[in-house]
Design a protein around this ligand. Structure first.
Ligand code: GTQ
Ligand code: FE2
Length: 354
């Protein structure tokens, strides 16, 4: 038998060639790719400017009819990923519904959230529950729930869509079904989930929802804003995120959906945070204010209604640029998935800042 050192390159090449014929391959040539010391996301930190995108969304409203598009969405695609994704596992888009329009009913296994940006009061119906949509509202359309959107107002409605499509695609678990009619019937009083589950720590005892997602499908901005304003003067907050709160499933206190966690955070006037990183990536929407986030060394200067992303395991820190007004960020992440699989890690920056 030949010793390793005596094996010629030619012999090895012939060996590797043979292996390919058996759909087999030597691990020792790619060991460092398979087991990296730590994650290095292919996604890049990126900022999508509302000032640039809002006119394009309105243009889509003029050029594309609902007959041409199941959903009229400008996808916010990460420049480092050559696929339909905003971070490695999450997708974000800007959806526009024009006055008088409806987006027809369907359902799919990817879970979705809507964070309303501009609206005088359209609605999304989720499994027969018609949910009004106003700016700052969070609306959930969980895995396999029927949903259709309507704009009965005189102005275009634009919201941020967040979906776990990249993750569900990776798992090859995407299913989709159109509803037999364009619009599903409303079977409950308006905003029924809010009536049942929107009272904070009070919930009806006869309801027995075994669903994996939050039974509350609507988190109105009036409540979110009131909670932030009550809390902000009372607390130090998180060193990495300021006054941050998670939108909770009222039954469990856990994330709103099994694959997606949503947060709202306030950076008080003049507040800036320390840097940390976590395995979960995050997509942020600027609800109000302006500031700067440094993501993996890249400064992102954001203002009102912009969207930006923080790829997984990228250090990030946030600063409110105003000394008089609060800045408010909405964000969503795949943290519940990582936590469930014992893969959620977090690390503060050793120097505090990048
Ligand atoms: O509004 O139902 O951005 O099904 C992507 C897929 C939105 C929606 C998206 C969808 C929707
Ligand atoms: Fe959908």
């Amino acid at each position: 038998m030949l010793s390793t050192s005596a094996t010629t390159a030619e012999t090895l090449e012939r060996f590797y060639q043979d292996l390919r014929g058996y759909s087999a391959s030597p691990l020792w040539l790619v060991q460092e790719e398979a087991l990296v010391a730590e994650p290095k996301s292919k996604a890049l930190p990126h900022l999508w400017r509302w000032r640039e995108l809002q006119p394009q969304a309105l243009r889509a409203g003029d050029l594309i009819g609902t007959a041409d598009a199941e959903r009229r969405v400008l996808m916010l695609l990460n420049p480092g990923l050559n696929r339909m994704a905003t971070t490695n596992s999450m997708f974000a888009g800007l959806q526009i519904v024009m006055p008088g329009e409806a987006a027809r009913a369907h359902r799919h296994t990817p879970a979705a959230l809507r964070f309303i940006i501009d609206s005088q009061g359209g609605s999304t119906t989720v499994n027969g529950d018609r949910i009004p949509m106003f700016p700052g509202d969070l609306v959930l359309t969980p895995n396999w729930t029927w949903h259709d959107h309507a704009n009965d107002t005189a102005d275009p409605i634009i919201w941020l869509d967040g979906l776990d499509i990249p993750l569900v695609h990776l798992l090859e678990a995407v299913y989709y079904e159109p509803y037999p009619e364009d619009v599903q019937p409303v079977t409950q009083p308006t905003d029924s989930s809010l009536a049942r589950y929107g009272a904070g720590s009070l919930r009806p005892v006869w309801e027995t929802s075994g669903a994996a997602h939050s039974p509350l499908l609507h988190y109105p901005w009036t409540q979110t804003w009131a909670a932030l304003q009550r809390l902000a003067p009372e607390v130090d907050g998180s060193p990495f995120d300021g006054v941050i709160m998670e939108y909770a499933n009222p039954n469990t206190g856990g994330p709103v959906m099994p694959t997606i966690a949503c947060h709202i955070q306030m950076l008080r006037p003049g507040e800036s945070t320390k840097a940390h990183r976590h395995t979960a990536g995050a997509i942020y929407h600027v609800v109000q204010g302006r500031g700067r986030s440094i993501v993996n060394g890249h400064p992102l200067e954001w203002e009102d209604k912009d969207v930006f992303c923080v790829p997984g395991w990228n250090y990030h820190e946030h600063a409110n640029a105003s000394t008089t007004d609060p800045a408010v960020l909405f964000s969503f992440t795949e943290a519940p998935v990582l936590r469930a699989l014992s893969l959620l890690r977090e690390q503060p920056h050793p120097q505090g800042h990048q």
